[in-house]
Design a protein around this ligand. Structure first.
Ligand code: SF4
Length: 191
């Protein structure tokens, strides 16, 4: 069984795929405890892999994109079975991870790593996208394992104006590598 917080249909508000409709599957639990974390990832219900695939179908119909998020979605042993089942159902699976838990993923799974206090180097290499949370400063030390070729989205914590200003200044000072990523879904009041 999988421990879950919520499943809902919305749009991706952040990063490369901003504006793309997606079903979000928020798995419960996390292996880190970041002091700025504002996500409720406590357990709300349990469901089998088959049940989750069916709920994704019911909510998203033919929506191709499914985003597994958390908490830390790769902290549960059944997550990879869910990835496989969603792929078999024709979904394009995205995973939003802190990158600490090494997991072999199918090649066509999009992996967004948001590095915090540590990252597994294999997950750093596997990342399709890097999202760095800016909370009063740009924690560039978290990028040590990522190649220069990685585009890094700077995401101001809570869209707070002071954090936006820091991220914006930093992106403009380092335009080859950094981009500003705002939580656009919050501007329009969707989850
Ligand atoms: S890794 Fe993400 S979900 Fe986990 S505690 Fe940190 S900010 Fe929260």
């Amino acid at each position: 069984m999988l421990a879950l917080r919520e499943i809902f249909y919305s749009i991706q508000g952040e990063g490369t795929w901003t504006g793309t409709p997606a079903v979000f599957v928020r798995l419960a639990g996390c292996n880190l405890a970041c002091d700025f974390c504002d996500t409720d990832y406590s357990i709300k219900f349990f469901a089998s892999v088959t049940d989750v695939v069916e709920r994704v179908r019911a909510l998203g119909a033919d929506c191709p994109m499914v985003i597994l998020t958390g908490g830390e979605p790769l902290a549960q042993s059944k997550t990879i079975a869910l990835v496989d089942a969603l792929c078999a159902d024709g979904r394009r699976v995205h995973i939003e991870s802190n990158g600490t838990i090494f997991t072999e993923l199918p090649e066509d799974v999009w992996l967004c790593v948001s590095p915090k206090e540590r990252v597994d180097p294999r997950m750093a290499r596997r990342a399709n996208e890097v999202k760095l949370i800016v909370d009063r400063r740009v924690p560039e030390e978290h990028l040590a394992l990522f190649e220069d070729a990685h585009t890094v989205f700077l995401q101001p914590e809570g869209n707070a104006p002071a954090n936006v200003a820091i991220a914006l200044d930093y992106a403009m000072a380092h335009p080859q590598r950094f981009r500003l990523s705002l939580q656009t879904h919050k501007f329009i009041g969707v989850p």
